[in-house]
Design a protein around this ligand. Structure first.
Ligand SMILES: Cc1cc2nc3c(=O)[nH]c(=O)nc-3n(C[C@H](O)[C@H](O)[C@H](O)COP(=O)(O)OP(=O)(O)OC[C@H]3O[C@@H](n4cnc5c(N)ncnc54)[C@H](O)[C@@H]3O)c2cc1C
Length: 412
């Protein structure tokens, strides 16, 4: 059935789907080979209470005014919510009065200015080295860093952090960002439940060994997360040490979401937000009434997310309740119930949430994206130098890799 494949796309997340869609449009016979029983990868929508769509992975169309997934959502006649995101608005005043919020935003802006000023100078430094000495807001800036990068800023390259390009426009898809991405792949040739074990590029045709057998093709586009590239022993034959080294420089940070139901939710403004604490890094952020629903979307990042994952799913709920009752009083515990949490660090086909570059490793993104011998091409959010860690970064790199395949096939 799969004998005349021209290009195999390894991985059916945002990048793989975008790549396959472009190849398909160009009339190239391609096949997406995906390890999970579903498409979407780190884009994943599940059904929540009363039919609400819960995005366990990507939820925000970042840089929405130039994000290709926004057009796909419109093609699919989805409902786009353009309400400004909570982080672009004032936080709730509980434990964080307005004067303190102003001070924090100013300190955060000055931190970003120092990062920008330093970013292109040699040597690259950890972003945390640019904190103002003794500034009382450093812990909270670091906490926000864990939501952005999935890691504390002492582990993050200042250059890479600054390279991220964001237009500041953030929308959501009511029916789910993950559902939109997965649906984009429904008419593509896909084989699910099919982990790739080895990519042999010794002979004229690339040989892809999977748990369901061996496939061959003229080219392959590899969209595996950097964690999977590092972890899968002898993935490439012959070995590609430069690729694996580049992937080592781009680990996946950790961010997890916990969804809670909330009684008497109307007390809170739709799409409002609180930090659990403002004086430490190990704190979660609480998004009240997302889309107006009687829910709280809780975001955990960095070491806190690691520690809670190690302690088990209920640890997320216990931590959230401890922070919420400190902010709103002990009776608040009766108003919330857990709906769902997904531990992305424990997820065997992701082992993390999104990539960041270690200090000195910003250039690994370009190295990871480089093609090998006009036959192996690479895509995935970690390959993007300006839109990394996002689903649209996945799309953009997927389309670039597909264009490279099209050009290579024209040459041969
Ligand atoms: C909690 C969380 C919140 C996020 N929030 C946002 C957000 O608001 N906005 C945003 O833009 N982005 C967000 N992201 C990031 C975004 O989801 C990812 O950057 C994007 O989905 C990555 O797409 P990708 O195709 O590069 O990788 P993936 O989606 O990881 O795709 C790679 C695919 O390869 C498959 N695979 C793995 N191993 C194998 C194997 N051996 N053989 C075959 N297939 C394999 C995987 O199952 C997966 O489907 C979030 C992520 C998380 C986890």
């Amino acid at each position: 059935m799969y004998r005349d494949i021209e290009t195999i796309v390894v991985g059916g997340g945002a990048a793989g789907i975008a790549a396959a869609r472009r190849l398909h449009q160009a009339g190239i016979k391609c096949l997406v080979v995906e390890a999970r029983p579903r498409l979407g990868g780190r884009a994943w929508t599940i059904a929540g209470p009363m039919g609400s769509a819960l995005d366990l992975g990507c939820g925000w169309l970042h840089s929405a005014d130039r994000n290709p997934w926004a057009a796909v959502a419109e093609e699919q006649r989805r409902t786009i919510d353009r309400t400004p995101p909570p982080w672009r608005r004032r936080s709730l005043p509980y434990g964080f009065p307005e004067g303190a919020q102003r001070e924090f935003l100013e300190a955060q802006e000055q931190f970003h200015a120092r990062v920008s000023e330093r970013a292109q100078k040699e040597p690259d430094v950890p972003a945390a080295s640019l904190f103002a000495p003794e500034c009382r807001w450093n812990n909270l800036i670091n906490a926000v860093g864990t939501y952005i990068s999935g890691a504390e800023l002492d582990r993050v390259s200042a250059r890479d952090f600054d390279n991220f390009d964001d237009t500041g426009v953030n929308w959501r898809v009511v029916e789910g960002y993950g559902a939109t991405i997965a649906a984009c792949g429904t008419n593509l040739p896909v084989t699910l439940d099919c982990p790739v074990l080895r990519i042999d590029h010794t002979g004229k045709r690339v040989k892809i060994e999977t748990t369901q057998g061996v496939l061959t093709a003229d080219q392959a586009i590899v969209t595996l997360p950097s964690t999977v590239l590092v972890r899968t022993e002898k993935l490439f034959a012959p070995a590609l040490p430069d690729k694996i080294e580049a992937a080592h420089g781009l680990p996946l940070g950790l961010a997890d979401k916990l969804f809670l139901s909330l009684e008497n939710a109307e007390e809170f403004e739709k799409d409002s937000r609180s930090f659990g604490a403002t004086d430490r890094t190990a704190t979660a952020t609480y998004h009240f009434r997302p889309f107006g629903r009687p829910q709280i979307e809780v975001y955990f990042g960095g070491r806190l997310a690691h520690d809670l994952e190690a302690a088990g799913e209920s640890a997320f709920f216990d931590f959230a309740v401890s922070e919420l009752t400190r902010l709103f009083g002990s009776a608040f515990a009766q108003r919330v119930k857990p709906i769902h949490v997904h531990r992305w660090g424990n997820d065997p086909f992701a082992n993390g949430s999104y990539s960041y570059a270690l200090p000195g490793m910003a250039d690994c993104r370009r190295k990871l994206a480089n093609a090998v011998d006009d036959r192996l091409f690479f895509a995935g959010e970690a390959c993007s130098t300006a839109d990394f860690s996002t689903a649209h970064g996945g799309w953009i790199t997927g389309v670039v890799a597909a264009e490279q395949v099209i050009a290579a096939r024209t040459r041969s």
